[in-house]
Design a protein around this ligand. Structure first.
Ligand code: SF4
Length: 430
């Protein structure tokens, strides 16, 4: 068995880059340094086999050339196409997607709009006091997880960067680093925290404001209990934050999608600003989908906007709540869509999934998913990090070059999108 070291896991926003793969007879047979979720992706067996198209309700096998032609027909026939997904693919493919969208005059959106879209809106208003995960690992003596459960969603986050990791500038990090969890229920992460703050659902904004009031010397304004949290506990937590040497606040969709949405995140950023009057404190969104951060970067540098970019006027336009995929689908506005590297049928509201089912849809994905059976055209591609290479961004905004480990014969997302884009230019005479 051949062993290949330092591979990047292609699943979550941690982008763990210390994975060892065992290869035998052209297949991955084992993984080392990988959590169960990453392991399942590396060893995934449910790959799409070859391009197929639905004709009169029946699937027929087609070639890649025919699939490219069919994709171009579907997209160019549409008045308002939607290009959605992008979080599971590499930055180079995302670039081609933006070029395609400009030609089509459609909407390009990533899974950001259903996870950390509110974080981006808040960051646009008040900035981002962030840092790298390496800084957290080596310096943070206090970590807060707010509305997220890394033990189940980012299983190696705590062992690589926080609770169970060594810290170069820390003395006995394992014992001395303190962890606070804020959540509406006692999660697996909450069970191993030094302090668990259980808040009532929708109470995040009030708790954040109370902590800020305490830090600004206005504790007398705080009632005996705020969103189910006692004033005594709030005072204790504010003191822990104020007196640490380096604090890191991580937050998930439990904060971004709770009542208050982007105002919650704005308040969290302003809490971190207040803490920086006393000590050093940083904030990082726990990005879930692998390269969703990269989609925001690529869309921003190419169009000026991080997600939900509408080119129907010939120039980029962005208005979350109007140009976001869910809103466009719910209004039954788009008349064709291309779903790439994501599985909206597993996450979107029913009405949106029905609209995806009812319009011509192209699914570009390495694996079968809940979305692929709804497609009119399925195009199998390589997995970045297994049979394709590319660039992806970690949750702290660090770009990482992802290597290819084997040649499976599947085209990469960049290859297939470039072929579709070039054919589109040819048909339009551009
Ligand atoms: Fe992969 Fe995320 Fe698990 Fe790391 S924590 S091995 S990136 S799924």
């Amino acid at each position: 068995m051949q062993e290949i070291k330092d591979m990047v896991c292609p699943f979550c926003g941690c982008l763990c880059d210390d994975v060892t793969l065992g290869i035998e007879n052209g297949s991955i047979v084992s993984t080392d340094n990988c959590c169960t979720i990453g392991n399942a992706k590396f060893l995934g067996k449910n790959r799409l086999k070859n391009p197929i198209q639905k004709v009169d309700g029946k699937w027929i096998d087609i070639t890649y050339d025919e699939a490219v032609d069919a994709a171009v027909d579907i997209l160019l026939d549409a008045d308002r196409p939607l290009l959605f997904g992008w979080s599971g693919t590499h930055g180079e493919a995302q670039c081609v997607g933006v070029h395609m969208n400009e030609i089509l005059g459609g909407v390009i959106d990533s899974t950001t709009s259903v996870c950390h879209g509110p974080s981006i809106l808040a960051i646009q208003e008040v900035g981002h006091p962030g840092c790298t995960l390496g800084q957290v690992k080596n310096r943070a003596d206090l970590v807060i997880y707010w509305g997220c459960n890394p033990i189940e969603a980012h299983p190696r986050h705590m062992s690589r960067y926080t609770t169970y990791a060594d810290g170069y500038f820390l003395d006995n990090a394992f014992r001395n680093r303190k962890v606070i969890v804020v959540d509406v229920r006692e999660t697996e992460t909450a069970k191993v925290a030094d302090e668990f703050i259980q808040i009532k659902s929708g109470g995040d904004y009030a708790v954040l404001s109370s902590l800020r009031a305490i830090l600004r010397g206005k504790a007398d304004m705080i009632p005996a209990s705020v969103a189910g949290v006692s004033k005594t506990q709030l005072m204790q937590v504010a003191e822990m934050c104020k007196t640490c040497s380096f604090g890191a606040l991580f937050f998930g969709v439990g904060l971004t999608m709770a009542k208050g949405k982007y105002k919650n995140v704005r308040n969290a950023i302003e809490l971190v600003d207040d803490l920086n009057r006393h000590t050093k404190f940083t904030l990082t969104p726990m990005r879930g989908h692998w390269n969703v951060y990269g989609a925001n970067e690529v869309f921003s540098w190419m169009t000026g906007y991080p997600f939900a970019v509408d080119f129907c006027r010939g120039v980029a336009f962005y208005n979350p709540g109007e140009t976001t995929a869910i809103d466009i689908l719910a209004r039954k506005e788009c008349d064709a869509c291309m779903i790439i590297a994501s599985d909206p049928a597993a996450h979107f509201p029913r009405a949106c999934v029905e609209q995806i089912r009812d319009i011509p849809m192209i699914a570009i994905d390495p694996f079968q998913s809940l979305t692929t059976p709804l497609a009119d055209l399925q195009i199998p591609v390589a997995v970045t990090g297994i049979d394709a290479e590319g660039t992806a961004y970690r949750m702290d905004g660090i770009p990482i070059k992802v290597k290819k480990v084997m040649d499976s014969g599947y085209p990469s997302d960049t290859e297939i999108l470039t072929r579709i884009y070039q054919k589109m230019l040819e048909v339009k005479g551009l």
